[in-house]
Ligand binder design. Sequence first.
Ligand code: CTP
Length: 398
Amino acid sequence: MRIVLGVAGGIAAYKAVLLLRLLREDGHAVRVVPTRAALEFVGRPTWEALSGEPVSTEVFDHVDEVAHVRTGQEADLVVVAPATADLLARAAAGMADDLLTATLLVARCPVLLAPAMHTEMWQHPATVANVDTLRRRGIHVLDPVSGRLTGPDTGPGRLPEPEDIAAAALALVHGRASDLVGRRVVVSAGGTREPIDPVRFIGNRSSGRQGIELARAAHERGAQVTLVAANVTLPAPPGVQVVAVESGEQLRDAVRSAAKHADVVVMAAAVADFRPVRTAAAKIKKQPGVGPTPIELVETVDILAELVRQSPREGQVVVGFAAETGDEAGDVLEHGRRKAIRKGADLLVVNAVGADRGFGVEHNEVTVLDRAGAEVARATGTKLEVAHAVWDAVLPLL
Ligand code: CTP
């Protein structure tokens, strides 16, 4: 995606450097368009080095390329951070006296402005009217956050954190509600491997695809996502922090550590229920005439149940998964209901698995149950569609 990052002249311009890095790390081409005043705060070399693109403030630069029109025409998204009171006023008035305001006039893609200024300026009737005008024209204007301003004073006017601006901006392009902006979520994915010896393990058929799509969906909707990936070979979605693990014990440590700061934990990983009591230090050899050595197993800690019992953070929403085949004791949903009640998670996502269902395939069909086993949602479709349906079910609980 081609993104124009506009930077107006405020002290928060330094935070736009971090925003630029995040957008680049997310895989986008970013053209930085500062105002003249912005360059008083952060110089051109910083923008050029980090974006890898030439930087200009004026409509009279690169005239042969008609830069003042093309920059806006070619953009898939325009983000301005910080947007000062002056920039909001010029944008609302439709002025085009520098490259940034000219770009704003030309752009037909989603535009997000992240204002930052002193409280008095933000609350001035002129600024209030300008923001109102811009919003009525379909421009997205974030509210500044309250907190420490440039001087010793505090109040509304601070630039939101770069992660939140990036999330809100990308959510606009993905056409999704940015309803998880400011939320931190942890998703576990894949299947654990419990070592028998240095070359063998007890594992399972989970590819991690549904967990990856849950992470992708949450990121698209604006969340900060940690993906605890157990033996996942599929590529992780861009913009998601990945912690790679192998065994159930490692997964437990990684999930619990990330969960300390999380609003939601989704346990989509297939965690082994049993592990060998001992892991042989050397490869176990077959001995002529002697049968195989039995492998003694011990139950693993149920991470989901532990999260429900002693959540590392109050008010945290915990979501479990139940992969069921159904048997003579009950069908998939009956097993799911019993598990929902037994596990006590806020939500339990039940899906049917088998040799050709659930594992590794592109599509999925799930039923989401609450802690009493009552049905809250049903979803069928790609694993990304199912993932969005799960987040839709999580939202009311936040
Ligand atoms: N889970 C976990 N820790 C374990 C085992 C499972 O956190 N040691 C989580 C999984 O990530 C999943 C949920 O528990 O979210 C359901 O796991 P499952 O293995 O299907 O349930 P079990 O309690 O093992 O029930 P059963 O073996 O009867 O199917």
